[in-house]
Design a protein around this ligand. Structure first.
Ligand code: LLP
Length: 404
């Protein structure tokens, strides 16, 4: 993304052309950026040859998943719906892992029928349920068990998953007990030790702790694992000047771990692959001036992009047309939804804006469209993919007739 003669371009397409052609709000992705992110991720861990399972919850667009498949990646899914979408994109079941604390019987049955690589179980009851279903189907099911390592990932509290007070995974004690209980099972094979400590992690140190915990539990468990699934969580730079995740150090750490333990590593990245590949294009409906600030009222709202309202997360906003005039007032970029938290950003001073102009909300590829809803009965936005000079719809805008 760059400005040419003050006009915003995504690859070789002018953003203004995209909004004129497809309307707003529209999620607009760059294929080149996606391909580069995938290549960089693969290159960072090339020496350990991991299985990289894209976390579908971060973005479940079919065309994006097809690109994931083309790059030889697998999928990390958390529902039957995500599993179906990954399979529809052509991702091999042998590259699919299924996580989640509350998988229903029907979902587990589907996973077993499809013979996916691993069901990563998160409770003893779930494993009994998998065993019951496996017995019914007269088959053996490979599972992973998710450990709760009791580590603070030093990220937003609301997206931290690895502390003992979080609902995810099993404590070390429960984990070791389960290993013992299912050792002789004819229907369950524990093939994987899995863990995921949180999301948008920018410091590698929580991972150091995590790897140490894994090392210890493997030593204690007297069990041979084929896989260690390290989850995802690698953060991106939403805001200039913030920490960049150190892939090199993480890779070195894992290499050391692999010298002791002969396992295949699985990663489940979402955000690090897809977040910075997209912007949300939106039109300014009205500008309302008050004594203290300017409300820039957009046609995108919290139902389209929930992250700021839900987590107070930062997304930079840029105009589609830059000018050299600046207004120094506080600008609150808000949506039309009837909630005070329906606000994307508050900044002091911004490029001079007029009603009916357009802006782009940055880094929205992960947990943007996938977290969107029909709140206020607003139809969901469209998704457009840019590839060099071309732009095409990869998800049509929802019609009101679809939801009424
Ligand atoms: N694996 C598991 C088991 C997960 O729970 C998650 C994310 C991932 C992998 C992918 O993590 P990533 O690489 O994307 O950080 N809605 C929040 C993020 C929630 C993340 C949930 N789990 C947000 O918008 O920031």
């Amino acid at each position: 993304m760059y400005f040419k003669k003050n006009r915003l371009f995504i690859e070789r397409v002018e953003a203004l052309k995209v909004v004129k052609k497809f309307g707003t709000p529209t999620y607009c992705y760059s294929l080149e950026k996606l391909q580069n992110n995938i290549k960089n991720f693969q290159r960072s861990f090339k020496s350990i040859n991991p299985l990289i399972c894209f976390s579908v919850k971060s973005n479940s667009n079919l065309q994006i998943l097809k690109e994931i498949k083309r790059s030889n990646m697998g999928a990390d899914v958390v529902s039957k719906g995500e599993m179906m979408q990954a399979l529809k994109a052509g991702i091999s079941p042998k590259k699919i892992v299924f996580s989640g604390v509350g998988k229903k019987s029907e979902e587990l049955k589907f996973a077993i029928e499809k013979k996916i690589l691993l069901i990563n179980a998160e409770s003893e009851s779930e494993i009994y349920e998998i065993e019951r279903l496996a017995k019914l189907k007269k088959t053996i099911v490979d599972i992973g068990i998710r450990l709760n390592p009791n580590i603070d990932a030093k990220t937003l509290k609301k997206i931290s998953t690895g502390r003992s007070e979080d609902k995810f995974g099993l404590t070390e004690k429960a984990f070791l007990n389960i290993l013992k209980n299912f050792k002789g099972s004819n229907y369950i094979k524990v093939k994987c030790l899995s863990v995921h400590i949180g999301s948008q992690i920018t410091d590698y140190k929580p991972y150091v702790k995590m790897i140490n915990v894994l090392d210890k539990i493997i030593q204690k468990s007297n069990h041979f694992y084929d896989y260690v699934d390290l989850g995802g969580g690698m953060g991106i730079q939403y805001e200039k000047g913030t920490n960049l995740f150190n892939y090199k150090k993480y890779n070195v750490m894992i290499k050391k771990f692999l010298k002791k333990h002969n396992v295949k590593i699985i990663f489940e990245p979402g955000r690090s692959i897809i977040a910075n590949t997209a912007v949300l294009l939106s039109q300014i409906i009205y500008i309302k001036n008050t004594a203290k600030k300017k409300f820039i009222i957009l046609d995108a709202a919290m139902n389209d992009l929930m992250r700021p309202a839900l987590y107070g997360s930062y997304h930079n906003i840029i105009p589609l047309l830059k000018n050299n005039k600046k207004n120094n007032k506080i600008h609150d970029f808000v949506g039309p939804v009837c909630e005070t938290t329906d606000k994307f950003l508050s900044v002091k001073g911004f490029n001079y804006l007029k009603e009916k102009e357009y802006v782009a909300i940055s880094d929205v590829g992960a947990y943007g469209m996938s977290l969107s809803s029909n709140y206020n009965l607003r139809p969901k936005a469209s998704e457009v993919m840019i590839e060099n000079k071309s732009s095409k719809v990869i998800l049509k805008r929802q019609k009101l007739t679809n939801i009424i």
